[in-house]
Design a protein around this ligand. Structure first.
Ligand code: PLP
Length: 456
């Protein structure tokens, strides 16, 4: 068999890909006809494909390459760690320096008393950990019936059986026998799509109070936790009205419900602070972290839990863990990533410089005939496409048709911009410069123009 390399013709790589590779969240049968784009290398905020095109990655991979592509420091650390200790586990009374150091660093960075870290290999695994750890916690406290998780429709918390159940994606729940029992979904705070005639502030309160209604309906003694992303990412970068989170916090406090902030996207600077919980002013009992923890250079994630929860869990053996929990190479890479984020003050830069600059440019897109609203927090942003801005109308075509056209036009203009239904989203590397932001906005506008031309 000949070696498969970057230097092969694109069509050959595409044919081989179609023959043997099953892509996630993809209608694989259609992919062969459409042809996949083969990405061969990346540097800074740019990807290069097998045809030599340079593409601005407005999505930082999958919301994860916070420090940008091509940082040699991470490659060097990974190689050094692989030589020294490529693998060892942290089960059965053993540990190693990368896991010790990373847990220590995370405890220093995370807010409040979130200072105990349970490692996993992915955000999905970490959210599965949350399900088991929270139920075990309440059982140890003599409340084994407190086992129900409340989450939100259109939330994304991962793809495993547990985390996919926590998520509220109807397309996922239609396949594979999820959700599992004892997961309850309430409505999301998505004012643009569902707010009707309410003001955003009233709507935020109504949607927060749906949590209280659910707790009262299910019984305070049955509800273990509420889980939510500070800002819904995969659901379409839905920034909740300002009234939402304070009310959620009040309700969780009142009924003794654990608050879990899924920071897989929002963590590590994405919202202009280290964690989205800080930006939204909440005090979670647990946070889920992944993605920006290693800027996607190595698969690693964690549940970070409060002093109180860790104390209770420590009183018993917790029969849970993954082969790659605290993997030494991934942990060393994550530590180096955090060193770069700190040393280059990347989070501050997002908060005071490039974030506000992007906000101004992104919000200017509302003057485009297709764009109804533009929302942004730090470096995650969305626009709603609509045929009528005043009424916030949907297109006559099936939901997502226009969004998909816009995504394809964006791709054709060498910008990765994702669509969620008829909402376009971006989440670029946090190191994007002002001139790269200008280019990204220019290409987004071209995509919108081309999309408008096609649908009219
Ligand atoms: N939680 C959130 C908020 C996410 O956005 C994601 C992935 O996009 C996950 C969890 C799942 O993470 P992973 O894909 O690493 O399992």
């Amino acid at each position: 068999m000949t070696a498969i390399t970057n230097h092969m013709p694109t069509e050959e790589l595409q044919a081989l890909d179609a023959a043997h590779h099953m892509h996630p969240f993809t209608a694989n049968g259609e992919l062969a006809d459409k042809g996949v784009r083969v990405i061969t290398r990346a540097k800074g905020v740019y990807l290069t494909d097998s045809e030599g095109c340079e593409i601005l990655d407005g999505m930082a991979g999958l919301w994860c390459v916070n420090i940008g592509y091509g940082r040699d420091e991470l490659a060097d650390i990974a190689a050094r760690q692989m030589r020294e200790l490529p693998y060892y586990n942290t089960f059965f009374q053993t540990t190693h320096v990368p896991a010790i150091a990373l847990a220590d660093k995370i405890a220093e960075l995370t807010p409040g008393d979130l200072n105990h870290v349970f490692f996993a290999g992915s955000g999905s695994e970490a959210n599965d950990t949350n399900i088991r750890m929270v139920r075990h916690y309440w059982a140890l406290k003599g409340k084994p019936d407190k086992s129900i998780f409340i989450s939100r429709k259109n939330a994304y918390h991962g793809s495993s059986v547990g985390s996919g159940s926590l998520g509220g994606m109807s397309a996922m729940h239609a396949q594979g026998g999820i959700p599992i029992p004892d997961i309850h979904h309430i409505e999301q705070p998505h004012w643009w799509a569902e707010g009707g005639e309410s003001s955003p502030e009233d709507f935020g309160l109504t949607r927060a109070r749906a949590l209280e209604d659910a707790i009262l309906e299910l019984g305070e003694d049955r509800v273990a936790a509420f889980i939510a992303e500070p800002v819904q990412g995969a659901g379409g970068v839905i920034v909740p009205p300002e009234t939402y989170w304070p009310e959620i916090q009040r309700i969780c406090d009142k009924y003794e419900i654990l608050l879990i902030a899924d920071e897989v996207i929002c963590g590590f600077g994405r919202t202009g602070n280290w964690f989205g919980s800080e930006t939204m002013g909440i005090r979670p009992d647990i946070i889920t972290i992944a993605k920006g923890l290693s800027s996607g250079y190595a698969p690693i994630a964690a549940s970070v839990v409060s002093e109180e929860i860790a104390g209770v869990i420590a009183s018993d053996e917790f029969n849970h863990g993954y082969t790659y929990s605290g993997h030494p190479v991934a942990a060393a890479v994550a530590l180096e990533n955090i060193r770069i984020l700190e040393e280059e003050q990347i989070v501050d830069q997002v908060r005071v410089d490039t974030g506000p600059y992007l906000k101004e440019k992104w919000e200017s897109l509302v003057d485009h005939p297709l764009v109804g609203e533009a929302k942004i927090v730090g470096m995650m942003a969305s626009i709603a496409l609509t045929p009528d801005k005043k009424t916030r109308a949907k297109f006559a075509a099936d939901e997502g048709t226009v969004g998909l056209i816009c995504r394809e036009k964006s791709f054709a203009n060498n910008l990765i911009m994702r669509h969620v239904g008829d909402r376009m989203v971006i989440s670029p590397p946090l190191v994007i410069s002002r001139s790269e932001i200008d280019l990204m906005i220019k290409r987004a506008r071209l995509a919108l123009d081309d999309c408008l031309e096609q649908i009219t």
